[in-house]
Ligand binder design. Structure first.
Ligand code: ACO
Length: 425
């Protein structure tokens, strides 16, 4: 980074200089950390669309050109050539693991794959039909009671052990939550299976209907988790950094990230896309009517799975998922009319001036739900799958933040617009 240049700000005829920061890919920022101290002014940027909250070495996005890289490596290369746990290691440690590091990481993941047995009883307390994202955030929060001393000040174990336990047990917890929701006994993790194969087996194996592990399905699960693994300062990652900045324990911090992700404008969009496509299929609306509704500013309806705060081009993840969806549906010989509707929606929206002018393209969630359905996942598990993939990213950001000696508690300011001094009568 280069801090040698300055931006000049003039207020009431007086000039102030603020350092210009340039990132390794040329992104430019004005460092206004001393703005209030020097000028008495603050910046106002609701939703933080123009605010850089930190410098980070983890993920690079160029939204105009549709570029996504983890630790400098293009997402397309990682998705094609690597396993999810290698990518998780890359995000957490900065480099892809060598043979020995991979072996050690796999051993740790296996050792920490079991849930504390007493946690199983907690599942019994949730009402029938509870959304698995709510169950997941509650279960994560409870982990600090089973594995205490995980706040940053009293962290009595290595951060990497806690991180590995989270990545491993989250998968077990997600499968247990699903099994509980359908009234089946939980399936325990197996040491002979890889991360994704183990997850699929815990989800779909049953004492009366053994699950057959298919290498191509395991591969696509790896691909999906890799695509979701990080996306720099999105809403849930910002939540993780914000909560973590108060030195809250890592489990509660990640639980907050899961809650943020559950919203339909964020990770919940993959479920909302399927609900939207199903409504169109059941005759609720035609594709054209839905597009008109999404364009109407008096109607709160949006074209779910379209648009992105950062991408003003085709989301590179959506491209890869669309291709995988077509391939897997063909392999499994599934004819899903939701895919036809999605393709028609995409093609009509991309040639409609409303979407073209606003640079609204399919995002990561537009096709993912159709693929999850084909793999056998129920709709309410889609966002849990997103969370499973995003976990290494959240932890990597938390780790980067707590290791930064200059990081402080997050505390934005405001411009007060309420009543001026008003005395009681
Ligand atoms: N359908 C219709 N119009 C849209 C959509 C959409 N999906 N997305 C944005 N627009 C419109 C806005 O209404 C706005 O119109 P205007 O300029 O006339 O006021 C314009 O496009 C610009 O959009 P913004 O509101 O500035 O976009 P913002 O960055 O605030 O929101 C978001 C991004 C939340 C993703 C939005 O595009 C959206 O709600 N999409 C649908 C939900 C979705 O798919 N979410 C998943 C995002 S990816 C993720 O989190 C994993």
């Amino acid at each position: 980074m280069d801090g040698a240049k300055f931006a000049e700000l003039r207020i009431d005829g007086k000039a102030f200089n603020f350092p210009i920061i340039i990132g390794s890919e040329g992104e430019k920022a004005i460092d206004i950390s001393n703005l209030r101290k020097e000028t008495g002014y603050i910046t106002l940027d609701p939703s933080f669309a123009n605010t850089g909250a930190c410098c980070s070495e983890i993920t690079y996005i160029d939204g105009e050109r549709g570029i996504l890289r983890y630790r400098g490596i293009p997402i397309e290369e990682l998705a094609e050539k690597r396993l999810f746990i290698e990518v998780a290691y890359l995000l957490l440690h900065g480099n892809l693991p060598d043979e020995n590091q991979y072996k050690q990481f796999s051993i740790l993941l296996n050792e920490h794959s079991l849930l504390h047995e007493d946690m199983r009883h907690l599942f019994d307390g949730f009402p029938r039909g509870s959304h698995p994202m709510h169950i997941m955030s509650t279960m994560l929060n409870s982990m600090a009671t089973f594995y205490p001393n995980v706040d940053t000040l009293s962290l009595s174990e290595d951060i990497d052990v806690t991180a590995t336990r989270l990545i491993s047990t989250f998968r077990t917890m997600a499968a247990f939550a699903y099994k509980k929701s359908i009234g089946q006994p939980p399936v325990y993790p197996r040491p002979d299976l890889t991360y994704c194969a183990n997850f699929l087996n815990m989800m779909f194996d049953s004492p009366v209907n053994p699950y057959t592990i298919d290498a191509e399905i395991v591969e696509v699960m790896n691909l999906l988790f890799i695509l979701y693994a990080d996306h720099e300062q999105n809403c849930s990652t910002t939540t993780v950094r914000t909560i973590g900045s108060a030195q809250v324990n890592l489990y509660a911090t990640i639980s907050a990230g899961v809650s943020a992700l559950s919203g339909p404008l964020h990770g919940g969009a993959n479920q909302a896309v399927i609900e939207m496509l199903s409504k169109i299929r059941s005759g609720g609306y035609s594709v054209d009517q839905f597009i008109e509704m999404a364009k109407n500013k008096n109607n709160p309806v949006k074209l779910m799975g379209f648009g992105h705060r950062v991408y003003k081009n085709y989301d590179p993840r959506a491209k890869i998922i669309k291709e995988a969806t077509v391939r897997i549906l063909k392999k499994l010989d599934i004819k899903d009319t939701l895919l036809d509707i999605a393709m028609e929606l995409e093609s009509k929206a991309l040639s409609d001036s409303y979407f073209v002018e606003r640079k609204l393209y399919p995002n990561v969630d537009f096709y993912s739900g159709i693929l999850y359905r084909a793999l056998g996942f129920p709709t309410n598990m889609f966002t849990v799958l997103f969370a499973l993939g995003r976990l290494p990213g959240w932890i990597a950001h938390w780790k980067e933040m707590v290791s930064d000696k200059n990081s402080k508690i997050v505390r934005p300011r405001q411009i007060y617009t309420g009543r001026t001094l008003t005395h009681l009568k």
